[in-house]
Design a protein around this ligand. Sequence first.
Ligand SMILES: Cc1cc2nc3c(=O)[nH]c(=O)nc-3n(C[C@H](O)[C@H](O)[C@H](O)COP(=O)(O)O)c2cc1C
Length: 196
Amino acid sequence: MSAQPHDIDTPADPYPGSMFSLTNHEIWVLTAHHEGRDNGQVATWIMPATLVPDRPRVVAVLSPQNFTHDLIALSGHFVLNLLADDQADLLPHFGLASGRQVDKFAGATPRRSPQGIPVLDGSCGWAECHIVSSLDIGDRIVYVADILTQEIRPGMTPLRKKEAFAAQPPDVRRQLEEKHRVDGERDRVFMKTFGA
Ligand SMILES: Cc1cc2nc3c(=O)[nH]c(=O)nc-3n(C[C@H](O)[C@H](O)[C@H](O)COP(=O)(O)O)c2cc1C
């Protein structure tokens, strides 16, 4: 089914008819490194997974179709970069293109985490994570990861999805919305069913 045309001033609803229409996730760039190759992707399905203060742990829900996923599955590590509200221009760079087609770090000499993973400048903070468990649900893999080290830059405001989309030029916003729709159709065939 194709997306309904909509006024560009009224962003397409990514979760039509769902209570998730009411949410406005923070925008993360999840970076990874394996055997000389760097990559990163936008991710919004990131959440804390423990209240134990000295053993921080997160859940990341990732598509195994993404190149970033290949690197984190091979290395067992990733870095979460929480974008700041003035970094909306990074959304198409890390969320539209794939590292299978372009080198997203070409020409860059990023700072690196202890595991050698790129860390983005200008974000609200970053955390290097080590995968400790996972659940394969077909279209996505639910990763549980321990935070090994993190740095928070006080006083910065995280970028959120609705504001990040609103900041894009209309053609970029349309491409992002179309990718969301196409990825949803792609994922239908990978989705596992459980139970009866
Ligand atoms: C707003 C937004 C949120 C996204 N959230 C996720 C996410 O939580 N998990 C995921 O696997 N992909 C997510 N994506 C999709 C990836 O960022 C996108 O497919 C990217 O191009 C993958 O790049 P790669 O192949 O270089 O890894 C999101 C994209 C956008 C624009």
